[in-house]
Design a protein around this ligand. Structure first.
Ligand code: SAH
Length: 390
């Protein structure tokens, strides 16, 4: 392979040449990211690798996922010796709060810095009857939807299960502090609608869900967790078989032509294939699939669009969330006018499709849907990877 510097004048290449490398230090044994393990995995690590009894694993697990501990030192009911051993062999991967922005409507957008200097965001949305967190699953996103800001970043990497649940623990801590609450888990609902495509990081999502739903962890009910997907058809089937949480589909169009223009995923799995997967999706009693539909002015918001949508969804237990588009400079789409959105909703309801206009939260802080694209620091100059579909 040609060295990178082959077309650089020799003199400059010499100047750039690195000094001889010093003797490499012995690589430290890799630390186990304990915050990414299910209770079962942690128990195995304790009994098989550390030679510890399994109830110690349960103790650590509760520290990590019930109390949201971020260091071994705070785990005061573990012996000093065990804490030292853990420090040698294990780690809790941190998310450091980097910025926070508060909206007039109570929404708070948090930006976290990962250990490798990446930025991700989570959005806290309190209302009278629930406290919801919108969670990210990837740094950036490979799906490249043309109206979405995150899509312009490209995929940088998957978040680990520990980084996914750490968003929840960190915001629980913030809410306890800000709202003077004693309860360990003030958050009531989770929506996986932040940065990234959750089903493109399925294994880590699944592990994170299993931690978040566990009794020894935050114990979220499956009824209070929704995962939203762009429509990765083969993964929808696995998602239905391997998890029990709610499904939302970003439909965003009423014809393949429209959808393929804005959502490259549609060129691989079109609307028919997507809706077929929805029809086969194992729905629990009384449950419906949520279809998200971003209203784009003069693009997908006509009466004909509404009628086509009714036809598409007629044999699926569905609920449509109409999302007023949050304009992103440079992406070229416009927000549908309020009256048009209301008319669109009424048409769907007349066609017996339950439809709601989603209240737009955090618009003033760019914390609303599709606006989570804070590049931060040096990542700003990186070019996006091309989309790779499974
Ligand atoms: N990748 C997943 C999870 C992200 S959810 C998915 O696509 O479902 C993000 C939701 O916000 C999607 O329904 C998407 O269609 C919507 N969205 C993206 N950009 C938006 C914008 N600028 N305004 C409003 N909604 C947007």
């Amino acid at each position: 392979m040609q060295p990178e510097s082959s077309n650089i004048p020799a003199a400059i290449a010499e100047l750039q040449a690195a000094p001889p490398a010093p003797e490499p230090a012995p690589a430290p044994a890799k630390l186990v990211e304990v915050s990414s393990l299910t209770l079962e995995g942690l128990t195995r690590f304790f009994t098989e690798q550390l030679g510890e009894r399994s109830f110690r694993a349960s103790q650590l697990y509760r520290w990590l996922h019930q109390r949201g501990a971020t260091s071994f030192d705070e785990m005061t009911d573990l012996s000093k010796a065990l804490r030292e051993k853990l420090k040698q062999r294990a780690e809790i991967v941190p998310l450091v709060k980097d910025a926070e922005q508060r909206s007039v409507d109570g929404t708070i957008k948090y930006r976290w810095k990962t250990r490798d200097g990446r930025y991700i965001e989570s959005v806290y949305m309190p209302s009278e009857d629930r406290k919801t967190l919108c969670v990210s699953t990837q740094v950036g996103c490979a799906m490249a939807c043309s109206f979405c800001m995150t899509g312009t970043l490209g995929l940088k990497r998957n978040l680990t299960p520990g980084e996914i649940v750490a968003q929840v623990h960190a915001v629980n801590r913030e809410v306890r502090k800000n709202e003077h609450l004693e309860t360990l888990r003030p958050l009531s609902n989770l929506v996986f609608m932040g940065m990234g495509e959750p089903l493109h990081n399925f294994e880590n999502l699944k592990t994170a869900l299993s931690i978040l739903q566990s009794e020894d962890g935050p114990n979220f009910s499956h009824r209070h967790i929704t995962v939203s997907t762009v429509g990765l058809v083969p993964m929808i089937e696995r998602f239905g078989q391997e998890t029990d949480v709610k499904l939302a589909i970003s439909l965003n169009a009423s014809t393949d032509e429209q959808r393929s223009k804005t959502m490259p995923v549609n060129r691989k799995w079109n609307i028919a294939a997507l809706l077929d997967a929805c029809r086969k999706f194992p729905l629990r009693q009384g449950r419906r699939i949520t279809f998200e539909y971003v209203l784009l002015r003069d693009f997908n918001d006509s009466d004909e669009d509404a009628w086509r949508l009714i036809e598409l969804l007629k044999d699926i237990p569905a609920k449509v969330n109409l999302i007023p588009y949050n304009e992103n400079p440079g992406l070229g789409f416009k927000t549908t006018m309020d009256e048009r959105a209301e008319r669109f909703r009424e048409l769907l309801c007349e066609g017996h499709v339950a439809a709601f206009i989603r209240q737009n939260r955090g618009r003033d802080i760019a914390g609303a849907c599709g606006q989570l694209a804070n590049r931060g620091g040096e990542n700003a100059s990186e070019s996006p990877q091309s989309p790779e579909l499974p």
